[in-house]
Write a protein that binds this ligand. Structure first.
Ligand code: CAO
Length: 473
């Protein structure tokens, strides 16, 4: 047994390069030509292969160290002091493409092969350079696609998803790219041969994390989905439901997932309060029924929601903070009145937006609402038709119920929930009178609105709904 130092070989024009990855550790058995460390210059990253086989006795470099030709990488215990392995460009032509690329980057002298393709002269344990532009498979002179594994160094790669160092298969430049994005490479399933990870795989993973479609292990360990750990809450109860009876598991739909994430954020982040009230709509309902009779032939049906939209615009104009949004320490007051309305669709909850409700009459609002609700149910709403709302109404009037606590649709600051009207005995000072009462539930953001303003908003809404002529005032 003998020990020997393995040094950084000639790495071309690079003066000093930083060690960005340690691919082996003390005790590891390494093969000749196996990559030991990855170094990085401002132009490229390179894997430095071992000149001999043996067992790593000591590491002489650590992450972040600057090394240059001749720097000791590690100490190897070897059986035989064999002459250093000479890595050559493959004669088959498969390695030629990358060899040429490497050569151009390292500015090593090139010679022309018999085929006319440039190949590098044999180099001793030469550094392997792979720039981002060379990650993808390129066509070999033969016309066959050559994998980057072969291009990068012409050396055989370990089978399976990981290399000898237990790292996922990826070129140095892909690793560098992942490091820069903070993407954990070992969590990516490579789409290349033998699970090799490409730059596109890294980008796709990063996109999925940003879109909330997947979570990194670090994210999961900090706040597993929906378990409340991120909020410092005790974990969500885990129950094996099947122990108690037959079950069926169904994935949430796409819209449910998106609206669920939004609702969760809004419920958690907004200090919301809900005020409940009743509005007397006896006369308004009679007017609505009469209007529908008059317009029977037009095909446009007026529901209470159209009147509510118009009444809300009046209340929003009287109390402009309800038509605002918080932006840091400032309130943004909007001088337009676009009203969103929650629509129950087969795909889940959608909120089409009726634009410029202040400029439209009840019949036009009804017609547009009908059109938007139809599109919502058919899944045909465009993003523009779902954006720009300044206030939202959620009406369960067609279904039933008394009151509920709707969740504010951020960045709006209030939402009105409406339930089914019922005929109720109302004391008029002398006697009980049957009146049609509409239950209203106004949820508001306490950072922007206070209880008194909310009570006034509801009272104003009640006055308008009980006597719609007030809209004109
Ligand atoms: N009181 C009594 N009856 C009411 C009413 C109310 N407040 N609101 C509506 N109605 C009646 C309508 O007059 C209509 O009666 P007719 O069939 O006799 O004409 C019936 O209920 C059905 O109305 P509608 O629901 O078709 O129409 P709309 O304009 O009231 O609502 C829409 C349209 C799209 C908002 C509604 O269909 C819908 O999807 N509502 C659900 C919203 C929702 O899911 N909110 C919860 C969000 S939080 O999860």
């Amino acid at each position: 047994m003998a020990t020997m130092e393995v040094n950084v070989p000639d790495i071309g024009d690079f003066d000093e390069v930083a060690v960005i990855e340690l691919l082996v550790k003390v005790g590891d058995k390494v093969r000749a030509e196996q990559s030991l460390i990855t170094v990085e210059s401002d132009k490229a990253s390179m894997e430095i292969p071992s000149s001999h086989a043996g067992v790593v006795k000591a590491m002489s470099v650590k992450l972040g160290d600057k090394v240059k030709q001749g720097s000791v990488i590690l100490v190897l215990e070897t059986d035989v002091i064999a002459p250093p392995v000479i890595a050559t460009a493959s004669a088959s032509g498969l390695a030629v493409t990358e060899a040429k690329q490497s050569a151009s980057e390292t500015k090593q002298p090139e010679t022309a092969s018999a085929s006319g393709l440039a190949v590098t002269p044999p180099v001793i344990a030469t550094a392997v350079i792979a720039s981002a532009a060379k990650q993808s498979a390129t066509a070999a002179p033969s016309g066959l696609a050559v994998t980057e594994a072969k291009q990068s160094n012409g050396l055989p790669q370990a089978d399976g998803l990981r290399n000898d160092a237990g790292l996922p298969h990826a070129s140095p430049s892909v690793r560098k790219f992942a490091r820069e994005l903070g993407v954990p490479l070992n969590e990516i399933k490579g789409s290349g041969p033998k699970g090799r990870i490409s730059q596109e795989d890294v980008q796709a993973f990063s996109r999925a994390v940003m879109a909330g479609e997947t979570r990194t292990q670090a994210q999961s360990s900090k706040a597993p989905a929906g378990d409340g750990a991120g909020l410092g809450l005790i974990p969500w109860p885990k129950v094996d439901f099947a122990k108690f009876g037959p079950i069926e598991r169904k994935e949430l739909g796409r819209i449910q997932k998106i609206s669920g994430a939004n609702l969760f954020r809004n419920a958690v982040m907004i200090p919301a309060v809900t005020n409940h009230d009743d509005a007397d709509i006896t006369e308004l309902e009679a007017f609505r029924v009469a209007t529908n009779k008059e317009n029977e032939k037009s095909g446009v049906k007026v529901t209470m929601l159209a009147f509510l939209i118009k009444a809300c615009v009046s209340a929003l104009q009287k109390f402009p903070q309800f038509n605002s949004s918080l932006d840091g320490d400032a309130l943004v007051y909007k001088h337009y009145w676009h009203i969103g309305f929650a629509a129950d669709t087969p795909n889940g909850l959608m909120v089409p937006v009726l634009k410029d409700a202040d400029k439209k009459g009840i019949l036009q609002i009804s017609a547009e609402m009908g059109e938007l609700a139809k599109k919502a149910r058919e899944g045909k709403l465009s993003p523009a038709e779902m954006s720009g709302a300044t206030f939202t109404i959620s009406s369960l009037g067609g279904i039933g119920g008394r009151y509920f606590t709707p969740i504010i649709n951020a960045p709006e600051v209030a939402i009105l929930g409406v339930c089914r009207s019922t005929m109720e005995p109302v004391w008029n000072g002398k006697e009980f009178e049957p009146r049609l009462m509409l239950p209203l539930s106004l949820t508001w953001d306490h950072r922007v609105i206070d209880g008194a303003a909310a009570a006034r908003f509801n009272a104003h809404l009640g006055q308008i709904l009980s006597d719609f002529r007030r809209v004109l005032l």
